[in-house]
Design a binder for this molecule. Structure first.
Ligand code: SER
Length: 635
């Protein structure tokens, strides 16, 4: 049987053979994308190119991308949800379309991965008259012919949600299922957002498992998108050809293909086991947990649930810290904290009372070190950061226990613990309801779990509204302010290297319409003088009103011309280079000189620095050992 590693490699090789440029995974923290905290799909880093910007490596690109979906945290524990996953992706940037993509996918699934075609099912877009988007008959017919070549008569059917499988293999669904954009259905898409109909591939785990009969959906007919788990989506071909405008959907300047397939899901199909956690990438972690806890996986339901949460969360935390995100109270760091805390809480269920996270982190790094060298390179740092957070949280838990004792000391047998107390323990001390429940039982107290759930729901709604705002706010402004901040990161990068020395290279950046953040290497806190000098240099470059331009060139040439750039760029043969000032002169971060900065970058940038306003540093702080962060605004 193919290992997950082999599936990944075979996929990349397959598309390399089809003349795709295979690129390394981008970071889990999107560069210069204010619309979202994490990279949640393979297409996210490709967005500018899907919208028409020229990709330096051509019109065919493929990769395996690290993804993190924070919204799934509470779902983890069943047999298929994970917050972290790898997405295999291939893109046609105005190059090939349905007639190539569909037969390629078929070949990959049935010949390369050797999935049994009799167990494959397909969905296509039904079309929507009010959106003026037609039914995707072409895709359905392409699939039908491919099945036929294997001697399988694949009937096409409509309304599977109502009528079930109807002895068919190819089904039409509406935009809730077969339309893809970053924000979901057409109605939810902001103006300017690209999207399109898709065709998805499903693996059938078979009737014999009785998954449907035993599910809460047993009274309704089963169909491929049924939540019973009999069918699992293994890949999604998006025909990204529309853009939402105020006057409805318009065709993009180019017709794109955006394929995304969850690697772990594909491996689960090859494994023919609906439990994603049964695939090989989790084996080392599982063994470690069995050893530490003395419990088994797959026997007791609650234990199995805890195993899954711990494995998923610590794998995700390892990758996030590997991308420079440390546990903290805000933004991305908050999720790392939450993941580690949840893992420790579920370890409590397995009666693991000593620090154990570091050992699991080791297992993750061992598993992924070849594909993701950043993990091996930062092994010590990752292990330590997660270990420290675990230690801290164990103290918090102990404090929570004290609070519990205090708040309940005056209650008598049979009294009810107020919902607010349980919720405070949950929210501030990370107590899961079941821990509070256990404690309550021991003291013959009653828990108001309904009140607790109500408070929890209210809280979730509030935070959902907040993240929704972040999304909308970011996109609405994707133009001007973000572009200015993006250029400001280049000026700041150049200025820092001049003030601090050439070691002060970029480690990351993050931009919202309101501010920018810039992480860079520097062993010490910057002095007020250094900060002032940096700020003055950037402002002098703005006042000088340099032109900003770009050229494409081999990476080696960019290096010779003194372009600075991120470590990842070295994998790409041709890179885009932005120059602030004269593109023919050496860049010196000297506002009296002809050229201020040169950097490998995808853009976009302002055309002239004079439009940027006044640059002001708000804060300089530590991110981790040897890495500093500057927060700045343009006024
Ligand atoms: N964008 C699509 C998805 O995430 C395919 O890459 O499913």
């Amino acid at each position: 049987m193919l290992s997950t590693k082999q599936i990944r490699q075979k996929y990349l090789d397959f598309f390399k053979e089809k003349r795709h440029a295979v690129i390394p995974s981008a970071s889990l923290v999107p560069e210069n994308d204010p619309t979202t905290l994490f990279t949640g799909s393979g297409m996210q880093p490709m967005l500018p190119y899907l919208l028409g910007q020229k990709h330096p490596l051509g019109t065919r690109v493929a990769d395996a991308q690290k993804c993190f979906r924070s919204q799934d945290i509470e779902e983890v524990g069943d047999n298929r949800h994970t917050v972290f996953f790898e997405m295999l992706g291939n893109w046609s940037l105005g190059d090939y379309f349905k007639k190539e993509q569909i037969p390629w996918m078929w070949e990959f699934l049935t010949e390369v991965v050797r999935l049994n075609p009799k167990r494959l099912y397909i969905t296509c877009f039904r079309g929507n008259d009010s959106l003026d988007i037609p039914k995707d008959i072409e895709s359905a017919q392409l699939w039908q012919e491919l099945f036929k070549k294997k001697g399988i008569e694949a009937k096409i059917a409509d309304f599977p949600e109502r009528d079930g499988l109807q002895g068919a293999r190819i089904f039409y669904y509406d935009e809730k299922k077969n339309w893809w954009s970053r924000s979901g259905v057409p109605g939810a898409m902001p103006i300017g957002e690209p999207g399109g109909p898709d065709t998805e591939m499903f693996w059938d785990f078979g009737e014999k498992l009785g998954l449907h009969e035993r599910s809460p959906f047993a009274s309704r007919p089963c169909h491929v998108n049924c939540d019973c788990g009999r069918f699992m989506e293994i890949g999604n071909n998006v025909f990204m050809q529309y853009k939402k405008t105020t006057g409805g959907f318009q065709l993009l300047p180019q017709k794109n293909v955006d394929f995304g397939g969850g690697l772990e899901r594909l491996a689960a199909a090859v494994n023919d086991d609906p439990d994603i956690f049964a695939i090989d990438v989790f084996v080392n972690m599982r063994h470690a947990l069995v050893e530490i806890s003395g419990r088994k996986y797959g026997h007791d339901e609650k234990d199995t649930y805890a195993f899954r949460v711990i494995m998923d969360h610590l794998r995700a935390a390892t990758f996030l810290v590997g991308d420079n995100i440390l546990p903290s109270n805000k933004d991305q760091g908050y999720f790392v904290r939450r993941l580690i805390r949840r893992a420790v809480r579920f370890a409590h269920h397995l009666e693991i009372n000593d620090n154990f996270c570091r050992r699991l982190v080791e297992a993750v790094i061992q598993e992924y070190r070849d594909q993701y060298p950043e993990l091996a390179a930062r092994r010590e740092e990752i292990g330590l950061a997660i270990h420290k957070e675990e230690e801290k949280f164990r103290k918090t838990l102990a404090n929570g226990l004290k609070i519990f004792e205090e708040k309940t000391s005056r209650l008598a047998h049979g009294d009810t613990i107020p919902a607010e107390v349980a919720f405070d323990l949950y929210q501030s001390y990370g107590f899961p309801l079941e821990v509070t429940e256990e404690l309550a039982r021991e003291r013959t107290l009653v828990l108001d779990s309904e009140g607790f759930l109500k408070l929890k729901q209210e809280h979730q709604e509030k935070s959902r509204a907040a993240s929704g705002q972040k999304f909308a706010g970011g996109l609405a402004d994707h133009g001007e302010m973000s572009t200015k901040y993006h250029t400001a990161t280049h000026l700041l990068h150049a200025a820092l290297r001049r003030v601090l020395g050439p070691h002060a290279t970029q480690r990351g950046s993050n931009i919202t319409p309101e501010r920018m953040r810039f992480d860079f290497n520097n062993p010490a806190k910057m002095t007020p003088e250094q900060l002032k000098e940096t700020e003055e240099l950037v402002n002098a470059a703005i006042i000088r009103d340099y032109p900003v331009s770009w050229q494409e060139m081999p990476f080696e040439q960019a290096k010779e011309m003194g372009a600075v750039g991120l470590f990842e760029d070295k994998y790409q043969p041709i890179v885009k280079v932005y120059t602030v000032g004269d593109p023919k002169q050496k860049a010196a971060a000297d506002p009296d000189g002809p050229t201020f900065s040169r950097e490998v970058c995808g853009g976009p940038h302002v055309e002239h620095t004079g439009t940027m306003g006044h640059f002001k540093i708000i804060k300089e702080e530590a991110v981790s050992a040897g890495v500093r962060r500057i927060k700045a605004i343009l006024e």
